[in-house]
Design a protein around this ligand. Structure first.
Ligand SMILES: N[C@@H]1[C@@H](O)[C@H](O)[C@@H](COP(=O)(O)O)O[C@@H]1O
Length: 244
């Protein structure tokens, strides 16, 4: 795992966009794994800028989202499918049906998970998976204590995660879903390359475990230590509890 500490979120966005641009140059029909949350937003803005400048095209790209809330109505703006549509898909030339997510509106969520995993398998899994990290060390919505070799599954959100994400629901904890569908850790690990972005002091503890800790289900992101090509981009605040 390669760790790079950069001065600001903007510098991280530039470096991360370089990684995406390099991939699209070598493989225009790449499979891109997308993350939600605030961490990748500067990256998405930079990708839109590079698309508008004619440097990159997503017209042949297929995308797979990491996760989705369960229990939000189809038109809820905080559904991750809506988030990705607003912040990335609708702003670039990616085809409308080309960004996939697990179907959290399905009557049979277990089947929806199996279908999503099969769909990713058919696509050959991701060339590059973009990741954020939860303050409790989750990636996707793989919360502490889950299996390290999980595939796409129905998950229960940790209390900490629901509190962290209440800011997207007008601060109303009761409005934050309790369940989700998420790619498993083994699904994520199948990506040829992982790119994790963490900014701000509230990520420092999770980043310290990710970089300096043992691989452990208590800090799910630590599985990335076993990935052959993982890049972690952090700002000085997120790096503030690192040993070295
Ligand atoms: N499921 C998402 C994660 O994929 C994301 O990494 C995390 C961090 O979000 P943020 O970047 O806003 O701190 O939030 C959510 O829980």
């Amino acid at each position: 795992m390669e760790l790079v500490i950069l001065d600001s979120a903007e510098d991280i966005a530039q470096r991360a966009a370089d990684v995406v641009e390099d991939l699209l140059r070598t493989k225009p029909d790449a499979v891109l794994g997308t993350a939600t949350g605030s961490s990748p937003l500067p990256l998405y803005d930079e990708l839109v800028r590079r698309y508008e400048a004619g440097r990159i095209s997503f017209k042949d790209v297929t995308g797979f989202m990491l996760d989705e809330y369960v229990g939000l109505p189809a038109d809820h703006p905080e559904r991750y499918s809506a988030f990705m549509e607003t912040h990335l898909r609708s702003r670039i030339d990616m085809a409308p049906g080309a960004l996939h997510g697990p179907d959290a509106l399905s009557d049979d969520l277990e089947a929806a998970c199996r279908d999503y995993e099969a769909q990713m398998a058919r696509a050959g899994y991701c060339d590059l998976q973009i990741l954020g990290i939860g303050t409790d060390g989750h990636i996707g919505f793989n919360e502490p204590g889950g299996a390290l070799d999980s595939v796409t599954h129905v998950g229960v959100l940790a209390e900490q995660t629901r509190r962290d994400n209440a800011r997207f629901f007008d601060g109303d904890l009761d409005a934050v879903p309790t369940h989700c569908l998420t790619q498993g850790l083994s699904t994520i690990m199948r990506a040829r390359r992982l790119l994790l972005i963490a900014t701000g002091e509230n990520k420092a503890q999770a980043v310290a475990h990710l970089v300096d800790g043992e691989v452990s289900a208590q800090w799910p992101a630590t599985v990335m230590q076993n990935h052959p090509d993982a890049l972690v981009l952090v700002d000085p605040q997120a790096a503030s509890l690192l040993r070295r």
